[in-house]
Design a protein around this ligand. Structure first.
Ligand SMILES: Cc1ncc(COP(=O)(O)O)c(C=O)c1O
Length: 370
């Protein structure tokens, strides 16, 4: 298998645990184990008694039930647990693709969405969204990219890195286009339930189409990335069985304590989504004022979901040096758009309670430079 280095993860491997002020994270403020255990009276006792044996490869029945409750049409048997979304992307692509298959991937994207498809031997066409068009979804371009035998279409909503939701009509049209070709629709929904207005929640792909896979995760909306736990939901049991076969070669099964804690958190997921939303909305007020003060230099299409947004830095052709200087001088970590092949932008994260402090240091740094 040939696979290129994952640029986002490489950048964070260098800086994430040394830069004192994170201003680009995509996960919401993390949750303490004690906060999880306080949710149900017997939770601590259950965790202490948990035997650290192997678990079922498809996931514990308790967790599959809790995850399937996110959707309208699924049963616990329509869910396979994975070691967070990253394993889900790997397993889904390698389960569904053969060398030479044609795949369309919405870009810019979380890099594994593109690279893992390529590593499976697929021929990958980008369905590109451009900053100049306000990141609008160009459905004509999608139709032009599709072939009669396109095997799979990857989309991501809410979207990394723009923090934008896909309009419902666009999602419906994509389902139609996939159905007309019998193509798989692989929908990365790891930021789902973190719409800034809860009324904007889109249906999950798994509820719209029988050849769809919805990818979910504990990492983002619920602030629990340290559990390393995610899932794939599909009404196609053959695809799920193939994914489990691959999982036998990666992790075999998930971590037993993580499964227990994830099931617990998902049963109370409104608590965590609500907490994350509160932080995000408060931070957006601070960000709106900041972007207004720096409108001649910084701009974005205001995100309507998730913890992240993509900021255009006027006057720079490549934000990589800008970000390196910022972290070296002020210890503030932005993510340069170069890692998304969008070098005029930076990713800004606003899911952490410490965001206003990091933003203040960023602003002071900008002002000393101008
Ligand atoms: C769109 C998208 N998919 C998948 C992942 C991987 O998430 P996890 O931590 O659940 O592996 C990320 C993480 O940033 C992401 O942004």
């Amino acid at each position: 298998m040939k696979i290129s280095p994952f640029r986002i993860e490489q950048y964070y491997a260098v800086h994430e645990f040394t830069a004192p002020h994170m201003l680009s994270s995509s996960d919401a403020e993390s949750v303490a184990v004690a906060d999880l255990l306080a949710l149900e009276p017997d939770a601590a006792e259950r965790l202490f008694a948990q035997r650290l044996g192997y678990t079922e490869s498809a996931g514990s029945p308790e967790l599959r039930e809790a995850a399937s409750a996110l959707y309208g049409t699924t049963n616990p048997g329509d869910v396979v647990v994975v070691a967070a979304a990253e394993e889900g992307i790997f397993a889904a692509y390698h389960a569904l693709l053969q060398p030479g298959d044609h795949v369309v991937v919405e870009t810019p994207c979380y890099e594994s969405a593109f690279e893992v498809a390529r590593s499976a031997g697929a021929e990958v066409t980008r369905w590109h969204r451009s900053a100049a068009a306000g990141w609008a979804h160009d459905l004509d371009a999608l139709e032009a990219a599709l072939r009669p035998d396109t095997r799979l279409v990857y989309i991501n909503t809410p979207h990394n890195p723009t923090g934008l939701l896909m309009p419902r009509a666009v999602l419906d049209r994509i389902v139609e286009l996939c159905a007309a070709r019998g193509a798989w629709l692989f929908c990365d929904e790891v930021y789902r339930e973190l719409e800034h207005d809860p009324d904007d929640l889109l249906p999950a792909a798994v509820d719209l189409y029988d050849r769809a896979l919805s990818l979910g995760s504990m990492s983002k909306t619920y602030g629990l990335p340290g559990l390393r736990l995610g899932w794939l939901a599909s009404r196609d049991r053959t695809a799920l069985a193939r994914i489990v076969e691959l999982k036998h070669y990666t992790t075999i099964c998930s971590s037993a304590p993580s499964e227990l804690l994830s099931a617990l958190a998902l049963r109370h997921r409104g608590v965590f989504a609500g907490r994350s939303r509160e932080i995000v909305l408060a931070n957006l007020v601070v960000l709106d004022a900041f972007l207004e003060r720096h409108a001649e230099r910084l701009s974005w299409v205001r995100p309507n979901a998730s913890t992240i947004g993509f900021v255009r830095v006027a006057g720079l052709e490549d934000t990589a040096t800008f970000c390196e200087q910022l972290v070296a001088d002020a210890g503030v970590l932005l993510l340069p758009g170069t890692v998304y092949d969008e070098p005029t932008h930076v990713r800004l994260g606003f899911g952490r309670a410490s965001m206003p402090e990091a933003l203040g240091l960023f602003e002071a740094w900008i002002e000393t430079r101008s």
